[in-house]
Each structure stands twice: as C-alpha cells, then as structure tokens.
Design a protein around this ligand. Structure first.
Ligand SMILES: [Cu+2]
Length: 159
C-alpha cells in the first residue's frame, strides 16, 4: 500500500521549502482536475476546481460521485512532489499534499467539499505537476486512492 505523506499546516508547507516560489500576480488562476475511478473503484468520479483569487486567497471546490451511499468520510488532497517535477495519477508519486476538507458521502453516494485558504495560509504552490486524489476510507481512514485527476491550469485576466 502506498504511503501517503500529508502536509498539514502552513508551517509544514513552508519548511518543505519551495525555492520554486512564484510571486502573486494580479491575475486569477484556476486549476482544474477531472478525477476518474481507480481499477478497484471504477464508478467513483469527480471534479476539483482550485481558484487563486487576485488577493492571493484560494478557494477549492470538489464534487465526487459514485461513492457507496452514506459510506462516511473521505480524505482528499492535491498531491505533488518536492523531489520530482512530474508527479501524476499514473505514478501516484506525489509524496507531499495539500489537504482539502474531508468529503462526506450522502445517500446518493455524492459528496461536495469546499476549502478556503487565506493568502497567508498558503502563499505559494509547488511549481511541479499536481494531481487530485480521493482516498478510500477503509481499511484505514486514509487508504489507497479511489479516484484521481491530473491537474491542469487555466489563467485568465490581464497580464
Ligand atoms: Cu492524498
């Protein structure tokens, strides 16, 4: 079972040290991932939208479907690697992660999540590739991934 390293808190994020830091721009920036189910969970699917506002604050919206109805709480993260530039769903090789608010499956097996980071809480993002994982909640609270989507970027606004 792949071990997942989870970064909790800003201090940890900062000590992991992104020399790879980009300055805030006046543009808003949108990251997006469409997650598809793993081999063992082909029905799970979802979307993740990660918005950086012009202020530098960030909002993350997640919707996941295809979970077992009322099946509890699911961890979900944006994964990356400080060691390699090309972390991906296929590799599941992003040992670092930005934790998002837990998802809770409803009676239809759907879950929605919203996570907010003030600019000071999450001032910088890694420059390497990112992917979005939804994790199984069994046999342990944060298990193997059950759905994943590689993250792509859309930039808008006046340069
Ligand atoms: Cu994770």
């Amino acid at each position: 079972m792949k071990k997942v390293g989870i970064v909790i808190g800003v201090a940890s994020l900062m000590t992991l040290g992104f020399g790879l830091v980009t300055a805030h721009s006046a543009n808003s920036n949108v990251l997006y991932a469409q997650a598809v189910g793993s081999k063992d969970s082909p029905n799970v699917r979802g979307s993740m939208v990660f918005i950086t506002l012009a202020s530098g604050d960030r909002e993350v919206f997640v919707r996941v479907a295809g979970l077992e109805p009322n099946s509890g709480v699911y961890a979900n993260h944006v994964h990356f690697s400080n060691q390699i530039p090309d972390a991906s769903c296929e590799g599941q090789n992003g040992e670092d992660a930005i934790p998002l608010r837990n998802l809770v499956a409803d009676a239809r097996g759907t879950a929605m999540g919203y996570t907010y980071f003030a600019a000071t809480e999450l001032p910088d993002l890694p420059t390497g590739k990112l992917y979005f994982n939804v994790h199984s909640n069994k046999p342990k609270p944060i298990g193997d991934y059950i759905a994943c989507g590689n993250v792509s970027t859309v930039t808008s606004g006046t340069p």
